[in-house]
Design a protein around this ligand. Sequence first.
Ligand code: NCD
Length: 307
Amino acid sequence: MLKGRHLIEPRDFSVAELEELFALAGRIAAEPAEWKEACRGNVLATLFFEPSTRTRLSFEAAMLRLGGSCLGFAEPGSSSAAKGESLADTVRTVACYADAIVMRNPKEGAALLASRYSDAPVINAGDGGHHHPTQTLTDLLTIRALKGGYSGLTVGFCGDLKFGRTVHSLAKGLARYPGNRIVFVSPAELRVPEYITRDVLKKEGVEYREEERLETVIGDLDVLYMTRVQKERFFNEEDYVRLKDSYILDAEKMKLAKKNMIVLHPLPRVNEISMEVDSDPRAAYFAQAKYGMYVRMALLASILGAA
Ligand code: NCD
């Protein structure tokens, strides 16, 4: 059903298509050996114009575990972008070599543009401060596995909600399921953009509120989604330094939370979750990284027509 499709933003796949994808991810996680030849002979290109650890490596691990091969670059300085080549030309060329393209780029809209020039399916691995749909697949699968579903939940997003693309994508993803309530916790300068609140949540009647203090809301939450302040998107260092430690989740704050709340974080973490929280059974961010690989295996197998 997903064969040959691009994934640019979190709603490109229907709710029913996501169900199938998550079910497939579950089957792959249960019997990974069954899938080790599924994409034999296929090539995945990973074009990363911005730094990454989990997203790039989990895509490459996913492709290798499906029996396929990977090529690409991890920083634009080693590609012809450094010579001034346009993204359109790079993508047109890479589509001649690869069966699917995963791309991360600092410019909002870059993945959409790439998809218009590519004969191979394009997967958006992050376009600036805009969207990151495969992190949303990861997050939804994690929530489903640990909370038994993704409806009727109170989900708190905390940190840099202005530039945090994972927040924009997950808020849009969660808003499709009934009964979810969203609480945005950020400093005034880092509030979630209106293309999420006004254009999606308000329009669709999703219950949400905005707060500045984590302590006042943490006790209401079923899921707490922490994020780092996105240093690379700030125009000046001073603002970053002033805002970077706005929220630090520690053992004291965890005492105020429900016993079955889960803490997610797309990672990398900088200061916003103190290490002492890692041993709390509610800390789920490393498990989340593992779900990311399985859901990317399911995604690649599906768009390459191997599932
Ligand atoms: C996130 C990203 O790149 O947007 N990381 C990730 O893909 N796991 C979050 C971040 O960098 O803060």
